[in-house]
Design a protein around this ligand. Structure first.
Ligand SMILES: *[C@@H]1O[C@H](CO)[C@@H](O)[C@H](O)[C@H]1NC(C)=O
Ligand SMILES: *[C@@H]1O[C@H](CO)[C@@H](O)[C@H](O)[C@H]1NC(C)=O
Ligand SMILES: *[C@@H]1O[C@H](CO)[C@@H](O)[C@H](O)[C@H]1NC(C)=O
Ligand SMILES: *[C@@H]1O[C@H](CO)[C@@H](O)[C@H](O)[C@H]1NC(C)=O
Ligand SMILES: *[C@@H]1O[C@H](CO)[C@@H](O)[C@H](O)[C@H]1NC(C)=O
Ligand SMILES: *[C@@H]1O[C@H](CO)[C@@H](O)[C@H](O)[C@H]1NC(C)=O
Ligand SMILES: *[C@@H]1O[C@H](CO)[C@@H](O)[C@H](O)[C@H]1NC(C)=O
Ligand SMILES: *[C@@H]1O[C@H](CO)[C@@H](O)[C@H](O)[C@H]1NC(C)=O
Length: 457
């Protein structure tokens, strides 16, 4: 066993040399070594055949070192290696084409956070077994050409780079790819049929990029997609051609875009959908026809949109009430209902039973709360609803802080109608963001003592 290391004597011999203060690779390892951990040392350099010949070695980890040069052929002699981890070596920057030669069994390669700007196109040519490639948090400006034609790749992690496009040929030949993460890049162009070879794709992350439009046929042929995240982009229109093949899609994120328009039938073929995220967009209305035919009984996230709560979305109110799968739809207009949640909007009817839109009040002259108990301009009404509510419960206004990320799926998913999310349990700043408050207030308005004050000022 090398000095400063611990070697287990079990059937599979593990060599633990992590945090051992090593500045170079120990000169010898036990020949039967099965795994070697050299994490968190200060190793700078890997010579050719740096580990000698270790025919049983399956796993080698060199993460969190200070490797700045890897001699081509450094891993020769490790014919059985399945997993190689070199993440967080921020001085690597550049890799030679022959760096990984002879790793014929390598399945998993981790090069995350290595400050790589590119990798040679032919660097993986002798890694026929490679399935999982971790390259997130580097400086790639394009999807590395090296992955093209890697038919055995199943997982590719490229998030947090500076990739600008998904070109028609970026992903050619990736016929077994199941998971592709491109989130947090600078993608502003996706070419026609860019994903066409990836017909096995199940998880696709394109969120937090600069995508303002997608080709009509972007996701054609991706019939096994289960999760698609295009949140946090610059989309304005959702086309009814985008999701025509996604019969197995379960979760679709379109949140944090600037969507103003969703074409009729856009979600028509999403027959497996269980959750649809449309929150934080610019939607004012949502035609019922968007959801036709009516099979969709999943969760629908619609908060943070400037909803116009008129008769066009009365169906949504009924849906909310019937299925309890939608909630938190704060109305921005008409002014008589601005600040209320759609659940609390009462739609008047004509004697023939037709729905009547709530009034557009001229708020400067015609106050909906003439007693002056509440300030009644559109914006103030909302704030005042919250502050009144908080004051009554003895909480200060500063609790109302809004940070988008706190309102996430997990949080809302856990928030059932029955859950006691009254202020008693909700006293942590982080949990109580405006959307939650709205939801809670809507709940209390319909059940609690406040309801009298607002309806009968
Ligand atoms: C890591 O390597 C770089 C360049 O090789 C050097 O400038 C830096 O001081 C090293 N850092 C440590 C902690 O050894
Ligand atoms: C994929 O794996 C198979 C079986 O291990 C192998 O024969 C084939 O050459 C691999 N493909 C590539 C492109 O390396
Ligand atoms: C979005 O849709 C609107 C109305 O349907 C149309 O006028 C506009 O050109 C579309 N914008 C884009 C970027 O497709
Ligand atoms: C839904 O799928 C069917 C069958 O593949 C197709 O004919 C139809 O055009 C799709 N709908 C939309 C809106 O694309
Ligand atoms: C969406 O709303 C935001 C903020 O209200 C605004 O800055 C942006 O211009 C709007 N986008 C569109 C397409 O209306
Ligand atoms: C609202 O009232 C102001 C002042 O009385 C008036 O100038 C304005 O035209 C009114 N707006 C509407 C939409 O009625
Ligand atoms: C809300 O949170 C931000 C960041 O934590 C802070 O800077 C700001 O002062 C807070 N606002 C209020 C009203 O507490
Ligand atoms: C979402 O909420 C969960 C649990 O509350 C938390 O672990 C996670 O970090 C949150 N995600 C974001 C993006 O805030």
């Amino acid at each position: 066993c090398p000095t400063n290391c611990v070697c287990t004597q079990e059937r599979s011999c593990s060599i633990l040399c992590d945090r051992a203060g090593l500045t170079q690779i120990p000169s010898e390892f036990p020949c039967e070594a099965y795994s070697i951990n050299l994490d968190k040392n200060s190793i700078k350099f890997l010579a050719e055949r740096a580990f000698g010949t270790l025919p049983s070695l399956k796993s080698l980890s060199l993460s969190h070192n200070n490797i700045s040069f890897i001699t081509p052929g450094a891993f020769k002699g490790l014919a059985s290696l399945v997993e190689l981890k070199m993440a967080h070596n921020e001085y690597i920057r550049y890799l030679h084409t022959r760096t990984f030669i002879s790793l014929k069994r390598l399945v998993r390669l981790d090069l995350a956070d290595c400050n790589l700007f590119n990798i040679p196109d032919r660097i993986f040519i002798e890694l026929p077994a490679l399935q999982e490639l971790f390259c997130f948090q580097n400086n790639f400006r394009r999807i590395p050409g090296a992955i093209r034609g890697m038919e055995n790749l199943t997982h590719v992690y490229l998030e947090k780079n500076r990739i600008e496009a998904v070109a028609y040929n970026s992903l050619l030949g990736l016929t077994r790819l199941k998971y592709l993460n491109l989130q947090d890049n600078r993608i502003n162009v996706i070419h026609d049929r860019a994903f066409q070879d990836c017909q096995k794709l199940e998880y696709l992350y394109l969120n937090d990029n600069f995508i303002s439009d997608l080709p009509d046929n972007s996701f054609d042929g991706l019939r096994h997609l289960k999760m698609l995240n295009i949140g946090g982009n610059l989309l304005r229109n959702v086309s009814n051609t985008w999701f025509r093949d996604q019969f197995e899609l379960e979760v679709l994120y379109l949140d944090r875009n600037q969507i103003i328009n969703i074409q009729e039938g856009a979600f028509e073929n999403l027959t497996s959908l269980v959750s649809l995220h449309l929150n934080s967009n610019n939607l004012t209305t949502l035609p019922f026809s968007v959801f036709q035919p009516v099979y969709f009984l999943g969760r629908l996230y619609l908060f943070r949109n400037p909803w116009e709560c008129d008769c066009r979305i009365e169906w949504l109110k009924e849906w909310m009430e019937n299925y309890r799968l939608v909630r938190d739809i704060p109305c921005a207009s008409p002014s008589s209902v601005a600040g209320l949640d759609l659940t609390d909007v009462y739609f008047e009817r004509t004697s023939e039973g037709f729905c009547l839109d709530p009034e557009e009040l001229n708020v400067t002259s015609d106050s909906p709360f003439p007693t002056g108990e509440l300030q009644s301009t559109t914006e103030n009404k909302f704030n005042s609803l919250i502050s009144k509510f908080l004051l009554q419960k003895g909480l200060s206004e500063e609790v109302v802080n809004t940070t988008e990320s706190f309102i996430n799926t997990t949080l809302l998913d856990g928030l059932t109608n029955e859950a006691s999310l009254g202020l008693g349990t909700c006293n942590i700043k982080l949990i109580c963001s405006v959307n939650l408050w709205l939801f809670i207030i809507a709940q209390h308005l319909s059940t609690g003592p406040l309801v009298k004050r607002f309806e009968d000022p």
